[in-house]
Design a protein around this ligand. Structure first.
Ligand code: TRP
Length: 331
């Protein structure tokens, strides 16, 4: 039997190529080896997004983005967290095994507190219980599907460790393996995608190349990449150029070495380098963009795919809750 890989996708607007190469593509590659379960973490999104139109469209955007990027819903169980009520029942059960002190140590909560303290605000200003208890819901997301591995970025490692702690407390209490202990799969080799200004591509830095931008916008965005003042004639070091780092994501080995030679030879200006990047990026992104637009033009079919995924996921979730209830004496 294949091992189970599970990951949650927080609804965020404007998927960019950093998301694609840093999260989507590696997770889809993992889906070839594992029995994959990927879901839209929409109740996690509710903690921060209170505008219903925004939340609704963000959920669809992210789901369509993963499908357009190649997620095959016949192979991967793809669903919305909110469609699996058992997740929330498990969350309540796990709450009884989660010390408040553990939650006090969560990075996201601590960051919010220290921001408040810096501003001389009340320590807990603007912090809702959804944020405070986020790691418990995330533990339930993971544990409910007997997940073996959870592919996540480094920033999520603490959450996985908390899920392990909580599951272990349950197993220790009942002196049996009620819940499977998940492992994090941090993908070290995943490229850090540089943004327009050379820093890591991130929505919060405003330096992103959007994944689904129309061709014209894609070109314009690439032309905005910051460069140094080297003249056209000067030889350039491809390893020091974020334009080349980005190009490498889209080009094969032969193309990469051919272009690297042109950088080193001199005679190629940054404008040409950007043009090459645009061509390679557009070639890779065009089919994804077309699929995305097609999916977004037929929301009922998209919703059907997600509902179908939830149908497959629910019996697995129900079995975990049943096992736990039995062990706990609530059967
Ligand atoms: N917390 C994750 C993030 O911010 C999203 C997430 C929610 C998740 N539930 C999960 C990831 C379960 C892995 C497993 O990106």
């Amino acid at each position: 039997m294949k091992k189970i890989s599970l990951t949650g996708i927080k609804p965020t607007g404007d998927l960019h190529i950093g998301n694609y190469f840093g999260a989507i593509k590696p997770a889809l590659e993992l889906a070839n080896e594992y029995d994959a379960r990927y879901f839209i973490a929409d109740y996690h999104g509710l903690n921060t997004m209170k505008d219903p139109n925004e939340l609704q469209s963000t959920i669809r955007h992210v789901a369509a983005g993963w499908l357009a990027s190649g997620l095959d819903p016949d192979k991967v169980i793809f669903y919305r967290q909110s469609s699996i009520p058992e997740v929330f029942e498990l969350t309540t059960m796990l709450m009884a095994f989660t010390s408040k002190g553990l939650m006090n140590r969560a990075h996201a909560y601590k960051d919010a507190v220290s921001k408040n303290n810096l501003k001389y605000e009340d320590t807990d200003a603007g912090i809702n219980m959804g944020l405070f208890t986020y790691p418990v819901l995330m533990a339930a997301d993971i544990i409910i599907f007997d997940s073996d591995v959870v592919p996540v970025g480094k920033d999520q490692l603490q959450h996985i460790e908390m899920a392990q702690d909580i599951a272990q407390s349950v197993n220790a209490n009942y002196k049996q393996q009620v819940l499977k202990i998940p492992q994090a799969a941090i993908q070290e080799s995943v490229a850090v995608v540089p943004g327009l200004d050379g820093r890591k591509m991130s929505k919060s830095y405003g330096n992103v190349i959007p994944l689904f931008a129309a061709e014209k916008t894609l070109r314009k965005t690439i032309m905005r990449i910051t460069t140094n003042s080297q003249t056209v004639d000067e030889p350039k070091n491809p390893d020091e150029s974020q334009i080349f780092q980005l190009y490498k994501l889209f080009a094969d080995d032969k193309e990469q070495s051919a272009l690297a030679d042109r950088y080193r030879a001199g005679g190629m200006g940054w404008g040409d380098a950007k043009e090459e990047l645009f061509r390679a990026a557009n070639r890779c992104i065009s089919p994804i963009r077309e699929r995305y637009n097609a999916i977004m033009s037929d929301i009922p079919s998209l919703d059907k795919i997600l509902a179908h995924g939830a149908e497959k996921a629910r019996p697995i979730a129900a079995a975990t809750v049943k096992r736990f209830r039995k062990a706990a004496g609530i059967d």
